[in-house]
Write a protein that binds this ligand. Sequence first.
Ligand SMILES: Cc1cc2nc3c(=O)[nH]c(=O)nc-3n(C[C@H](O)[C@H](O)[C@H](O)COP(=O)(O)O)c2cc1C
Length: 230
Amino acid sequence: MEIATVKLTDTLNLNKLTEKGHYTKAFLQGKSIPGENLDELLNFIHSVGTSVNIQATRYFVIESSEMKAAIADGMIRSGATMNEHKVRNASHVIVCATMTSVPDEYLNKIHRKEEMDGRFATPELKQTWVNVVRGWIDMHRYDVKDLNHWMEKQTYLVLGAAMVAAESLGINVSPLEGFDSKAVDALLGLREKGLTATVLLSLGYRDEAKDFAFKLPKSRLPKEEIFKFY
Ligand SMILES: Cc1cc2nc3c(=O)[nH]c(=O)nc-3n(C[C@H](O)[C@H](O)[C@H](O)COP(=O)(O)O)c2cc1C
């Protein structure tokens, strides 16, 4: 069993990532992410800001083979067979779970924490912020009626940042939408916790011999079609 003990790269080479970066289709079985790298990544994920500081995502870090196998087996049962080895052979799989509602007491908790952390210079500023946040949440809840969708956008925002951060630590990533969210919800008791699984992030080290996408060229629509300058 090969264990990674060193950081593969200290700084992210964005040009290299642009040219060669692919999401990983096959992980090296048994190669684990060193604890310090995992801590660094989780600290970063913890730090990523979301709209009105809602912090609507909880991260379940799966490291045991049994739990990985349970998620992988659920993939096979639900027809997402192509993904099962991306979970089974990963070093870690992060289940990104999003809150299913925003109770008042949850917002109170966030605002109390912001106050304790010294975010408000005056009580008036705190009240203004509380009003802005409540108004924003209620707009999504009652007017646009997309509160869950909006919270999942926040989850995806952190997912994107986490993927780049992981690559900067030399950790390869595979974001996975193809999984049985009902089974993962049940496995981790997420619904009872007011959560539901949104997306998985498998982490580990690419098995270059088995990763069919690794040597393929990028395929993107022309830049002129994607970017407009005014
Ligand atoms: C949010 C998200 C979910 C994805 N889910 C899966 C998945 O379930 N299985 C899979 O093999 N690839 C998945 N992918 C990978 C995409 O299919 C892949 O990024 C796309 O084909 C482009 O690949 P490339 O960057 O290697 O060119 C996902 C990518 C993203 C961003």
